[in-house]
Structure formats: structure tokens, C-alpha cells
Design a protein. Sequence first.
Length: 199
Amino acid sequence: MPRIRKKRRSGSQLAIEEERASRVIQRCVQCGHEHLCSGVPAPSNKPIPRLRIGVSDDYVCTCKVCKRKYQHPTIAVPGESEPLVLPGFSCESSNLIYAFFCTHPECKKVKYVGSTSQTFAARMRTHTSAGNALVRAHELSHPESTQLVILEAWTNGADLPSVLKERECHWTNKFSTLQNHGNGGLQKSKPHGASCTSC
């Protein structure tokens, strides 16, 4: 039986596929027909959740971000009977809620939740350079056990910053990633300041 070779795609090809997938089928306010619109058509211009991202699982990317991809299509959520179906993974995705998941036998849980309007690759470079000391210390204690998860992906829109903030708080609570939650989380403080009442 012949081996199926996975496609190797360049960063620019990934970016093109991601951009195409970020368009959503909406009823056009101009002509009344359904077709691909980039983002959400007027007048609402509200961000909406994307059920998939631009790259399917048959691609091979050699970047450090994609190498750490969480390999499962769903993830268990504490207190929920059904797992969360993940929208996919791409280092070129943006407008995301993401997580660090530790696969080490002592952990096997989400340890950190964040959000970004940048591409995932750009955000991870920031994590590496500026760094979260607690995340880095954990990765040293459990080397090669941290995988990256995209929990949600959103289209662009006027309220995107507040939507990402709200959803980051939601998942921070769900996975108990703040240190004061007492669940081994790696977030030292609330993501949006001590006065945030959502998390």
C-alpha cells in the first residue's frame, strides 16, 4: 500500500489559506444572496466565532509553534459533560483564545490561557522573548510536555478586543488557570488587571 505524503506548505501559503477560511458565508446586505464575505457584513460588524481555521490536518509545517500543536480535535473541559470541539490549528491564525496544555503524567491539564489579535506565531514569539516566568519554569520541569491549543478563533469586528477579553476570562475560569484558583495554574494575576470581576 503506497504511503500518503502530507503536503508541505510555506508560511505564505498558510497565510493565504487562513485568510480564505476567515471569510464567513453571510447573506449580503447589498444583493440579498448568500456568498463569502470577508468578516461580518454591515450593519452589525460584530465578531463571530469561527468553527474552523484555514489549514486542515494534512499539512506539515516546521515552525516551532506548529511542532507543539495539540494533537486531538477536542479537549475536556472541567465541569462539562461534552468536550470542546477545537476549531483547528495554524500558526497563521489570528483573533484567538489559546492555551498551554501540559501532557506530563503529573499534570494533563490546561495550565495557561491567553488571547491575541496577532497571528499565533507572533504571539508565541512574544511569549518567548518577554516571557511568562512561571510558564518557562514549568516547561523546564516538564520538558517537551507543553502543547499549544487554539480554544476559539474569531472573525474581525468592531468589538473584537472586548470579545477576546470576555472569552479569555471565561476560559481562565473554566480551566482554573489563575494561581489563586488553587488548581496548579500558571497565571500569576488576572489577565486584565486586579479589578477584573469576570475572572
